[in-house]
Design a protein around this ligand. Structure first.
Ligand SMILES: [Zn+2]
Ligand SMILES: [Zn+2]
Length: 115
């Protein structure tokens, strides 16, 4: 376990940099994320599709602006200053609505943790 945490791996988001930084994208799911991509995560929501491994990066302001549901909008706005990288079961190609629900659910999960 220790070895794993100290090991280097290819950044899951850009697949260009090797890094020792991990991000939790879901319960028990850890991926490598380089500093550059963590920086990207400050201004963008990043989703990683658990199904096909596709990575989706969307500007937070744009995502929030497009939301019409006030509850979801609030949840997203609360996440605006966080660096969020999330695992999703399905990518936007499969189910764009699913992504929105996924973020809302993840926000609820974070409330139980350090957020
Ligand atoms: Zn990266
Ligand atoms: Zn997919």
């Amino acid at each position: 376990m220790e070895d794993y945490l100290n090991s280097k791996g290819l950044c899951h988001v850009c697949r260009q940099e090797t890094t020792t930084i991990h991000a939790e994208i879901g319960p028990g799911q850890q991926v490598y994320v380089c500093e550059k991509c963590l920086e990207t995560a400050k201004l963008n929501f990043i989703w990683i599709c658990a199904h096909c491994g596709s990575v989706y990066i969307r500007p937070k302001s744009l995502v929030i602006k497009r939301l019409t549901d006030p509850g979801l909008k609030k949840a997203y706005q609360a996440c605006e200053d966080l660096q969020i990288i999330q695992g999703i079961d399905m990518c936007a190609e499969c189910d764009a609505e699913g992504i929105v629900e996924c973020v809302a659910a993840a926000k609820g999960a974070q409330n139980r943790g350090h957020c």
